[in-house]
Design a protein around this ligand. Structure first.
Ligand SMILES: NC(=O)c1ccc[n+]([C@@H]2O[C@H](COP(=O)([O-])OP(=O)(O)OC[C@H]3O[C@@H](n4cnc5c(N)ncnc54)[C@H](O)[C@@H]3O)[C@@H](O)[C@H]2O)c1
Ligand SMILES: [Zn+2]
Length: 337
């Protein structure tokens, strides 16, 4: 697993790397704003060529990769050139894929600038782009040389995007480290580093996703169905917002199936409600969402499988739930709102 370095250590690493190696920066049309701080943190980056992609998930495509591969060639990149991915999960996913395929693979360093990027997307070695209307269909498992974390980048991140990342931080707390919950209003750096620790531990135990890594899907089984369904409606919902709703419903399932105490179910709901408003979902929409659940990658033999929690900080994988319980989870979510 590649190393995750914080602040001074991160910038020292980059400085040393740039003493001997050639590098090119990949950013998007928003994260180019982050160059200003990058130049302060590591002045040696000032002279590096920049490849800028248009921001947004809709640009996480092979077309953008082609543009990036083309520009790498224009800048005479070779097998020793290092790609510095400066941005959110879109830039690190796409940049990692571009690097891992260019000339059969060049090295890359992730410099995440969104909270979601820091605690999730930039870490773990999954790269990729969307294809044929499906998310992350084309990609590789390739580890970055290093992941450089500096919360100063978050100053320019829009607050809705910040909350989007908090959903994954909360997920890490619920599946593995309840102490994160105590840091919500206080220590941002500690919150980020604990959250990263959870992702790293899970990924190290299961780099290629056979078992343990499934724990990271807590809230995501129902969350993805909500997200996919609402993509087609006019109600715009971010990944983290859908996952927050998914975590409330899957916590209720956990209470019914895997013994999550009622008091912990309440704590989970109140911490999620302190960050996110409930999404309005009609009965008809729920019926459509349930249909989408059966397409979930984690299904086996037609049964929907969930990651559930037994206590806050302790998750179990491969838990089936009946249709009645699924409907119960939905009622719990909308009635409490
Ligand atoms: N590889 C993985 O394991 C993994 C895990 C989770 C998510 N992902 C991927 O990550 C992507 C989502 O990541 P995201 O939420 O960071 O989205 P994103 O990269 O689109 O960033 C969100 C928005 O914030 C902007 N932004 C980012 N940092 C900024 C900053 N410091 N200041 C101002 N604006 C800034 C971006 O330009 C964008 O408009 C998805 O494509 C998802 O598939 C990958
Ligand atoms: Zn997620």
């Amino acid at each position: 697993m590649s190393s995750v370095l914080f602040r001074e250590k991160a910038w020292r690493f980059l400085l040393e790397l740039l003493e001997t190696e050639r590098a090119i920066i990949l950013c998007d049309s928003n994260t180019k704003e982050c160059l200003e701080y990058l130049y302060v943190a590591c002045p040696k980056t000032k002279d590096l060529p920049i490849i800028e992609m248009p921001a947004g998930e809709q640009n996480k495509t092979l077309k953008t990769c082609e543009m990036a591969w083309y520009q790498l060639t224009e800048h005479s990149a070779d097998r020793n050139t290092i790609l510095l991915n400066l941005g959110g999960g879109v830039v690190t996913d796409l940049g990692g894929f571009v690097a891992s395929t260019f000339m059969r693979g060049i090295r890359f360093v992730n410099i995440p600038t969104s909270l979601l990027g820091m605690v999730d997307a930039a870490i773990g070695g999954k790269t990729g782009v969307d294809f044929g209307g499906l998310k992350n269909m084309i990609g590789t498992f390739s580890q970055p040389e290093a992941v450089l974390i500096d919360s100063n980048f978050l100053k320019t991140l829009p607050s809705r995007q910040y909350r989007n990342g908090l959903a994954e931080v909360l997920k890490h707390a619920f599946i593995s480290d309840s102490s994160i919950l105590g840091m919500m209003d206080a220590n941002e750096d500690e919150l980020i580093s604990r959250s990263i620790q959870v992702k790293l531990e899970v990924v190290v135990r299961d780099e290629f996703e056979s078992g343990e890594r499934k724990k990271l899907n807590f809230g995501h089984t129902i969350g993805h169905a909500i997200e996919s369904h609402l993509l087609k409606s006019e109600q715009e919902v971010l990944h983290g917002e859908a996952i927050a709703a998914g975590m409330i419903m899957e916590s209720w399932l956990s209470h019914k199936i895997s013994g999550l105490p009622e008091s912990e179910l309440s704590s989970i709901c109140s911490v999620i409600d302190s960050v996110f408003s409930r999404i309005s979902i009609s009965e008809t929409e729920w019926t459509a969402m349930k249909k989408l659940l059966i397409y979930d990658k984690k299904n086996r033999d037609g049964q929907v499988q969930f990651v559930l929690i037994q206590r806050i900080g302790d998750a179990v994988i491969d838990q089936p739930a009946s249709q009645e319980l699924l409907d119960g989870a939905f009622k719990f979510y909308i009635n409490q709102a």
